[in-house]
Design a protein around this ligand. Structure first.
Ligand code: FES
Length: 131
């Protein structure tokens, strides 16, 4: 094998490893009919050990975020009246619109679940960042 061939093979291996590392399962997490506008549901994604909030804030809009605080992994709670997620451990507060940090010690936003709607199925296909 030539030097160029070795470089090409190595580059291909790096791309393959990155693709595997960033792969997430495709999983139906709810049905559209299960969640009326204003509804909230706890789902699991990308595995059963990782709880997430699924929100239906307006007609046709579904949002999902990790339920684990990015500071020290405490479970957060949804405060619908303020449209935020609050962490009871050290007072972290996150936006329920985009998962951004609004207060407290967390430095990183909540990972967001990437959703697709296929008919009546709400399907999770990935996350915006690893936890
Ligand atoms: S674990 Fe949530 S603010 Fe510390």
């Amino acid at each position: 094998m030539t030097a160029a061939g070795v470089v090409a093979a190595f580059a291909g291996l790096v791309v393959f490893i990155r693709a595997r590392k960033n792969s997430y399962p495709v999983k139906v997490v709810a049905r559209v009919d299960d969640l009326p506008v204003g509804g909230v549901k706890i789902i699991s994604y990308p595995n059963d050990e990782h709880p997430c909030f699924l929100l239906h804030p307006s007609d046709g809009t579904f949002l999902a975020f990790s339920r684990l605080c990015t500071h020290a992994s405490c479970p957060i709670f949804y405060r619908p009246e303020e449209h935020v997620f609050a962490c009871p451990c050290h007072g972290g507060v996150f936006s329920a619109v985009d998962g951004s940090v609004l207060g407290g010690p967390p430095r990183k936003p909540l990972p967001r679940v990437i959703l697709e709607v296929h008919g009546q199925d709400l399907t999770a296909v990935g996350m915006t960042q690893k936890d």
